[in-house]
Ligand binder design. Structure first.
Ligand SMILES: N[C@@H](CCC(=O)N[C@@H](CS)C(=O)NCC(=O)O)C(=O)O
Length: 252
């Protein structure tokens, strides 16, 4: 299989897809997508969102479809429990994560990043001179675009914060016993949740709240155990470097 994953390296939806590929130890190539034009994926006939997986002539769009495709074509190691009830539980959690958690953490994460642009250096903004001097004008172009695209407006932000305050304790309680959301081994639910919690590492309101410390500790230890890249928690002082850079990242 010549698998190619089209991704934006700091996207948490892409991280979910990358983690699924790595978990199944499937050789693949990662094709970086230009976040402004999305040409690499629209040229494939895809809508423009990432992640997208290409397997020969097949184009699979979205992290849930990618996970399902990989599970079908390469069942071992499994992302889903063997029993029907366990599968349904994992898929239900994945859906909730895709439709709510992922959007909420992205919205509150971008709100903090827009207020503290240093967090975007190395991803959407440049970190090195001389291009760094373009960050001011770049921000003025980016901000309204990001706010529209991800509906980052006061009412929506407040709703996201409320949903997170209701859902994080549920997740925290579920992992407290066995260290996994469903059953006693890693599943797609853990991969989705852990990937989607990552933007909250830069949101002081959540990452500094002792009420959620066990959930962040769980997420970090799971991600570390699987060799995942994670955002640096913003626990105090000035904004930490944003998403850990990779040499062939989008911005330098
Ligand atoms: N439900 C999709 C969501 C994917 C998504 O929202 N991707 C974002 C990146 S985090 C994207 O490409 N958004 C469109 C854009 O920024 O233009 C999935 O699970 O893959």
């Amino acid at each position: 299989m010549g698998l190619v994953l089209y991704d934006i390296f700091w996207s948490h939806f892409c991280e979910k897809a990358r983690w699924c590929l790595d978990f199944k130890r499937l050789p693949h190539r990662v094709q970086r997508v230009n976040p402004f034009t999305r040409r690499e994926v629209t040229d494939l006939g895809a809508r423009g969102d990432v992640p997208v997986l290409r397997d020969g002539g097949k184009v699979i769009e979205g992290s849930a479809a990618i996970a399902a495709y990989l599970e079908e074509s390469c069942p071992d190691p499994p992302l889903l429990p063997r029993d029907a009830a366990g599968r349904a539980e994992v898929l239900g959690l994945e859906k909730k994560c895709d439709e709510e958690l992922g959007l909420d953490t992205r919205r509150v994460g971008y709100q903090v990043a827009l207020e503290n642009p240093a967090l975007m250096e190395g991803t959407l903004l440049w970190s090195r001179a001389p291009k760094r001097w373009l960050n001011g004008p770049m921000r003025r172009v980016l901000e309204p675009r990001l706010r529209r695209k991800f509906t980052i407006f006061p009412q929506e932000i407040q709703r996201s914060r409320d949903r997170l305050r209701a859902f994080l304790p549920v997740l925290q309680e579920r992992v407290a016993a066995a260290g996994f959301l469903v059953g006693r081994t890693l599943t797609l639910a853990d991969i989705a949740t852990s990937s989607f919690l990552d933007p909250l590492e830069i949101v002081p309101e959540f990452v500094r709240d002792p009420a959620y410390a066990p959930l962040f500790a769980w997420k970090r230890s799971l991600a570390r155990a699987h060799g995942r890249r994670q955002r640096t928690p913003w626990l105090s002082g000035p904004p930490p470097p944003g998403y850990p850079r990779r040499e062939n990242g989008w911005r330098g």
